[in-house]
Design a protein around this ligand. Structure first.
Ligand code: GLN
Ligand code: ZN
Length: 768
C-alpha cells in the first residue's frame, strides 16, 4: 500500500457553529454564567474540533488555536507581557485579568481596576479579524505566565489525539506590538529577552510529548527590512537548538515571500508552510530552494473564503511540487487558519442547492485537504469526490445564476467620461453654493440615528412574519418623520433619514442586489465575541429596482432642508463580503459600482440634491505589500468615481470614512473628487487633519468633532476648540461640522444633547 501524503490544518474556527462560545462568554461577563460552566463549554468546543479533524484523518491537528478572545492576547499572556497599568502581580494570569486586558473591564466590574483602559485592538493583516495589540516597552520582561498552550496539548493527549501546538512566532509577535508612549520604539530590541522564553516554551512542549510545533510568521508576507529578516534568522537558529525530538514548522500565509524567500527557505527548521492560494507561482520556487531534508506544507485550500476548492487545478499544482520534493516531504494544507471561514455548510438548510454546491466551509475544507492528499497518490477511494468536484466546477462555470450578459456588456462598455464630473470642483462649489445656500460651517450627521430596541424588534417581527410589510413600513415612516423633526428642532443644516430600515450597511444593500446570497450561520469571528456574517457575492451584480429611493424621498418630502441620500460604497460592499474567485476583485467592484450608480442617478432624478456614499473600508483594502498599493488604489478610486460621478454639477456628493489616517493615500482620497468628505478626527484631537493641509486637499472637509463610541456628551466649548484647531489647517469656507461617525449605537437622549451642543459650537464660530 502506498504511504499516504500527510495533511496539515493551520487552525480551526473556535466560536462554534452556532456561536456557542460567544453566548457563554457574554453570559459570563454578565455574571449569569460561572467560570466553570464557561470553561466546560469552551473545552467541549475544542474537543469537538479535534475530533472532527481526527475523524477526517488530518495528520497535523492544531492545538492552542482555540482562544477565549484572541490568539495574540493569548501569546501576551503566555509570555507575561502585561502592561503595568493592570497591576499584575506576576502570578499565573487568570480569566479576570485576561478579559480586562481585552475589554478594560471584567466580571469584577466594581473593583478599583474597572477604569483601566483596555489594550488597543487592530486588524490582523488584511483580514477582518482584529487582534489585541501587545503593548511593550524597553523594560518589558518575558516569562511563561500562562499554562494554556501546555494544558490544551495535554487535554488532547488525554483523549488520544496528538496535536500540533500553534504559537505566533517571535518576530511577528514583536513587529505587531506597540509602545504607546514611544513612537519610534524598535520592538526587535526585545528579541534577546524574548527568544529564551520561546526556547523554554518549545522545550516544555517537547517534554510533554509534542512531535510538531507550528510557529506562525505571516510577517514574511509584508514589507519587512533587513533587521527583521536577521531577527527571523537569529530566532530560529536559537529556538531550533532548544529541542531535539520535536520538529518545528514555520508558517507564512496571507501572501507570497517575494524577496524574503531565501531567508524563509534557509530557516533551520524541519518544515515550512507556504500560502499557495495567495502566491501560487512561488510554490515551485520554494521547492527548488529548500534544502533536501525540509518538509513543505503547501496551503492549497483557501482559508479566506467559502468557495469549493477546484481539485483539478490544485492537483495540477501539487503534482509539480510532489515531483520536486517527493511524497515523504509534502504536506497538503489549508492556506492559513480556518478562523476566517465559517464553520459548517451543512447548517445552511435554506440555501438554494445550486449555490450550496459551489461552497465549502471549514468542515468541508478539511475534507478537501484529505481528498487532495489521497488523490495525489492515486488513491481510488476518492474518485467519487473528484468526479463530483469536477461536476460542481462545471456547473458553477456555466450557471445562469452567475453569468448575466447584460451586466458584463455594461462593464465592458464604460466610457472614460463616465468616471468624471463635467466641471472641476471649484466651479461646482459655486453652483452648489447657489443651490443650497447653506450657512458657513454647515452642520450635519453621518447618517444613522439610534437603532432603538423598538426598531430592532420591529425588524425581527417583520422578518418572522409576525407583522405585515405595510405595518413595518408604516412604522419606519414614522421613525423617519420623528428623526427629521428632531433634526429640524436641533437646527442641523443638512438632514438624514436616519437609516432605521437598515440592519447593516452592507447586508442591506446586498439583500437588494442580484448576485448576493446570505447564510444563516456563516459566522466569522471579527474580534473577541463579535462575529460577522459576510454576504456571499456569487454572480454578476445588478440592481433590479431602486433600493433607498422611497425612504429618502419620503424624508425629503417632510422638510424644506436638504436631506442626504445615503449609500454604502462599492469598495466597502466588496471588502465586507466573501467575494467570488472566478474573476478579478476589481471586476466585481466595478459591477457593484455600476449598480449603485443607477441608485445615485435615481436619487438625483427624484430631486435629492446631496448624496453620501460611505467608504469606511477603502483603506483596509490596501494590499499587504506597498508595491501592490497603486494598482489597488487605481481600481478602487475608479469604482467610487464610476458610482458617484455621473451626476450633474449642482448635485453634491459626500463620502465618509471612519478614520483619518490618510497620509500615505492622500492623492487617492483627493482623486475620489467627492465634494465633501467627512471622517473621524475627534479622538486624535484633529491631529490627523495635518495630512489635509500638507497636501492642500482641494474639496470640502468635515472632520468629526465628537467621538460617537461613548455615551459622553461633549461640551460646546470642547467642540469649539476642536473646530478652531481645524480652522488652522482648513479654510473656513471648506469646513463642515459633524460627529465622527453614525449614531446608531447611541441613545436618543445623549444624541440630542450632543448634537445640540455641536450646532451651538458651529453657530459660535459662524459669528466670529
Ligand atoms: N452612514 C453610516 C452610518 O451613519 C456610516 C457607518 C460607517 O461609517 N461605518 O451609520
Ligand atoms: Zn464611520
Amino acid at each position: 500500500m502506498t504511504k499516504q501524503i500527510r495533511t496539515n490544518v493551520l487552525g480551526y474556527p473556535r466560536i462554534g457553529a452556532k456561536r456557542e462560545l460567544k453566548k457563554v462568554i457574554e453570559d459570563f461577563w454578565k455574571g449569569t454564567y460561572s467560570q466553570d460552566e464557561l470553561l466546560k463549554v469552551a473545552g467541549d468546543l475544542r474537543i469537538e474540533n479535534w475530533k472532527i479533524q481526527k475523524k477526517e484523518g488530518i495528520t497535523l491537528i492544531p492545538s492552542n488555536d482555540f482562544s477565549l478572545y484572541d490568539q495574540m492576547l493569548d501569546m501576551s499572556c503566555l509570555l507575561g507581557a502585561i502592561p503595568s497599568r493592570f497591576d499584575w502581580d506576576g502570578s499565573e494570569i487568570d480569566l479576570d485579568l485576561y478579559f480586562r486586558l481585552a475589554r478594560g473591564k471584567s466580571k469584577t466590574d466594581g473593583s478599583d481596576q474597572s477604569n483601566v483602559l483596555p489594550c488597543e485592538m487592530t486588524k490582523w493583516f488584511d483580514t477582518n479579524y482584529h487582534y489585541i495589540v501587545p503593548e511593550l516597552t524597553e523594560d518589558t520582561d518575558f516569562r511563561i505566565s500562562s499554562s494554556k498552550v501546555f494544558s490544551e496539548f495535554k487535554e488532547a493527549c488525554d483523549l488520544n489525539i496528538m496535536t500540533k501546538p500553534v504559537l505566533i512566532g517571535p518576530v511577528t509577535y514583536l513587529l505587531l506590538s506597540k509602545n504607546p508612549d514611544k513612537e519610534n520604539f524598535n520592538p526587535l530590541e526585545l528579541l534577546h529577552k524574548l527568544i529564551p522564553v520561546y526556547c523554554e516554551i518549545v522545550k516544555r512542549l517537547e517534554d510533554a510529548g509534542a512531535e510538531w510545533i507550528q510557529l506562525d510568521e505571516p510577517i514574511f508576507s509584508t514589507d519587512i527590512n533587513e533587521d527583521a529578516l536577521k531577527a527571523l534568522q537569529i530566532s530560529y537558529d536559537t529556538i531550533s537548538k532548544a529541542i531535539s525530538t520535536a520538529q518545528l514548522i514555520v508558517a507564512n500565509y496571507f501572501g507570497g515571500l517575494g524577496e524574503h524567500l531565501s531567508t524563509f527557505t534557509n530557516l533551520p527548521v524541519q518544515a515550512l508552510h507556504i500560502d499557495a492560494v495567495r502566491a501560487p507561482s512561488e510554490a515551485a520556487l520554494v521547492c527548488d530552494a529548500i534544502c533536501n531534508d525540509k518538509l513543505l506544507s503547501v496551503g492549497i485550500v483557501n482559508g479566506r473564503n467559502i468557495w469549493k476548492n477546484n481539485f483539478e487545478d490544485s492537483l495540477n499544482t501539487l503534482r509539480v511540487l510532489l515531483s520536486k520534493v517527493g511524497k515523504e516531504r509534502l504536506l497538503v494544507a489549508t492556506s492559513c487558519s480556518l478562523l476566517h471561514s465559517p464553520a459548517a455548510l451543512a447548517s445552511e438548510t435554506e440555501m438554494e442547492d445550486e449555490i450550496k454546491n459551489w461552497l465549502s466551509f471549514s468542515e468541508e475544507k478539511i475534507k478537501e485537504v484529505v481528498v487532495l492528499a489521497k488523490a495525489l497518490t492515486g488513491n481510488e477511494s476518492v474518485s467519487d469526490e473528484l468526479k463530483q468536484n469536477k461536476e460542481a466546477m462545471q456547473l458553477r462555470q456555466s450557471s445562469s445564476l452567475i453569468n448575466k450578459e447584460d451586466v458584463k456588456n455594461r462593464c465592458n462598455t464604460v466610457k472614460p467620461e463616465n468616471y468624471n464630473r463635467t466641471l472641476p470642483y471649484q466651479e461646482r462649489k459655486v453652483i452648489q453654493k447657489a443651490r443650497f445656500n447653506l450657512p458657513e460651517l454647515p452642520a450635519t450627521t453621518i447618517g444613522s440615528f439610534p437603532q432603538t430596541i423598538e426598531i430592532r424588534k420591529k425588524r425581527a417581527d417583520f422578518k418572522k412574519n409576525v407583522i405585515s410589510r405595510s405595518e413595518y413600513e408604516e412604522f419606519l415612516k414614522n421613525e423617519i418623520k420623528e428623526t427629521i423633526s428632531k433634526q429640524e428642532i436641533l437646527d442641523l443644516d443638512v438632514l438624514v433619514h436616519g437609516e432605521a430600515e437598515r440592519n447593516d450597511m452592507v447586508e442591506y444593500f446586498g439583500e437588494q442586489l442580484d448576485g448576493f446570497v446570505f447564510t444563516k450561520f456563516g459566522w466569522v469571528q471579527s474580534y473577541g465575541t463579535r462575529c460577522v456574517k459576510p454576504p456571499i457575492i456569487y454572480g454578476d451584480i445588478s440592481r433590479q429596482v431602486p433600493i433607498t429611493l422611497e425612504w429618502i424621498c419620503y424624508a425629503q418630502s417632510l422638510t424644506e432642508r436638504p436631506v442626504k441620500g445615503m449609500l454604502t460604497g462599492p469598495i466597502t460592499i466588496l471588502q465586507w463580503s466573501f467575494v467570488r474567485d472566478d474573476q478579478p476583485r476589481s471586476e466585481t467592484a466595478k459591477q457593484i459600482a455600476l449598480a449603485l450608480r443607477d441608485e445615485v442617478q435615481d436619487l438625483e432624478k427624484s430631486g435629492i440634491g446631496i448624496i453620501q456614499i460611505d467608504e469606511p473600508a477603502l483603506r483596509e483594502g490596501l494590499p499587504l505589500k506597498k508595491a501592490d498599493w497603486a494598482e489597488y488604489l487605481r481600481w478602487a478610486v475608479d469604482c467610487f468615481r464610476l458610482c458617484a460621478n455621473g451626476v450633474k454639477n449642482e448635485t453634491q456628493i459626500h463620502t465618509h470614512m471612519c478614520y483619518c489616517e490618510f497620509n500615505d493615500i492622500m492623492d487617492s482620497i483627493a482623486a475620489l473628487d467627492a465634494d465633501v468628505i467627512s471622517m473621524e478626527a475627534a479622538r486624535s484631537k484633529m491631529e490627523l487633519l495635518r495630512a489635509f493641509s500638507d497636501s492642500k486637499y482641494p474639496n470640502d472637509i468635515g472632520p468629526g468633532v465628537y467621538d460617537i463610541h461613548s455615551p459622553r456628551v461633549p461640551s460646546v466649548d470642547e467642540m469649539v476648540q476642536l473646530l478652531e484647531k481645524a480652522l488652522t489647517v482648513i479654510p473656513r469656507e471648506y469646513l463642515w461640522v459633524n460627529p465622527d461617525c453614525g449614531l446608531k449605537t447611541r441613545k436618543w437622549e445623549e444624541t440630542i444633547e450632543s448634537l445640540g451642543n455641536m450646532v451651538k459650537a458651529a453657530k459660535t464660530l459662524r459669528n466670529t
